[in-house]
Write a protein that binds this ligand. Structure first.
Ligand SMILES: Nc1ncnc2c1ncn2[C@@H]1O[C@H](COP(=O)(O)OP(=O)(O)OP(=O)(O)O)[C@@H](O)[C@H]1O
Length: 258
């Protein structure tokens, strides 16, 4: 049994079929990329896995337990994490306070307890910051961080619920190539060290080909290809949909840093 099993998953918005009966597996310790042109159904798939969107049909199981129909909070507690952007309101908090907030949320403490709980989960937060190489910057205001470091803190926050599966939506968007590579190398290390699974969407093909263990390709809601970098690069259907959009892989790489 795979950690995540998606079977015949479907989502309709009115008459528009955004995800049209896709099936795939994800193992613990695997970094799986979900790619495809704009409007392919990537975000919709993601949001069904974390429970933000209800599936129209199909099944999603984690460790054999059905996730469809459960609330996002319940799914998070079952071990599905996601990286989220540090909200503007939290940018005045220090790095470690942001991670403590994520831990408080996971342990269901109420925000108004925050003052009294300033020291709560400090050791756990330090441990998470250590894992993403940010311990030395724990007491800096988040607003002062370089963009690549913000992304590391967001990753630490995504680990607050000790996820078996971490969802990352375009983790490297807006990053310079060096920062992108550092973040993905770190993600890969965490996947191995924690025996965690990661499902990520990504527009930058160089990131996908360099770091993903495997990739699945969606086009118009259908899964059209699945495999390693060489399988995907040379897959006629994949070439067709990417050429069909006027974007070759090379063009996408060149235009990846926005
Ligand atoms: N809330 C919604 N209501 C109606 N249609 C939607 C909704 N969300 C997505 N869609 C439609 O579903 C299809 C898939 O969208 P989705 O955002 O999942 O694609 P995507 O692969 O993530 O695209 P992108 O790379 O542009 O983010 C599109 O046709 C989109 O217009």
């Amino acid at each position: 049994m795979s950690l995540l099993e998606v079977r015949d998953l479907k989502k309709k918005f009115g008459g528009n079929v955004a995800v049209d009966g896709i099936s795939f597996d994800l193992q613990a310790g695997e970094l799986l990329a979900l790619i495809g042109p704009n409007g392919a159904g990537k975000t919709t798939t993601f949001n069904m896995v974390n429970g933000q969107l209800a599936a129209t049909a199909g099944s999603i199981t984690l460790d054999g337990k059905e996730l469809t129909g459960l609330a996002p909070r319940k799914i998070a507690h079952m071990g599905v994490g996601r990286t989220f952007q540090i909200a503007a309101t939290f940018s005045s908090l220090t790095v470690i306070e942001n991670v403590q907030m994520a831990l408080l949320a996971h342990h269901r403490k109420i925000y108004s307890f925050w003052r009294a709980a300033a020291d709560q989960y400090k050791a756990e937060a330090q441990s998470l910051l250590g894992q993403v190489g940010m311990l030395a910057q724990a007491d800096r205001p988040s607003s002062e961080l370089a963009y690549g470091d913000v992304k590391r803190v967001e990753l630490a926050m995504g680990l607050a619920n000790d996820p078996k599966l971490l969802l990352m939506d375009e983790p490297t968007a807006g990053m310079a190539p060096k920062e992108r590579n550092d973040l993905m190398a770190l993600t890969k290390k965490l996947v191995v060290d924690r025996n965690m699974a990661v499902l990520f969407t990504e527009h930058s093909m160089d990131v996908v080909f360099a770091y993903a263990d495997r990739m699945i390709v969606l086009a118009r809601g259908r899964l059209i290809a699945e495999g390693g970098a060489d399988d995907i690069r040379n897959h006629p259907k994949v070439q067709e949909v990417y050429f069909g959009t006027g974007k070759t892989f090379e063009n996408k790489e060149a235009g990846a840093v926005q």
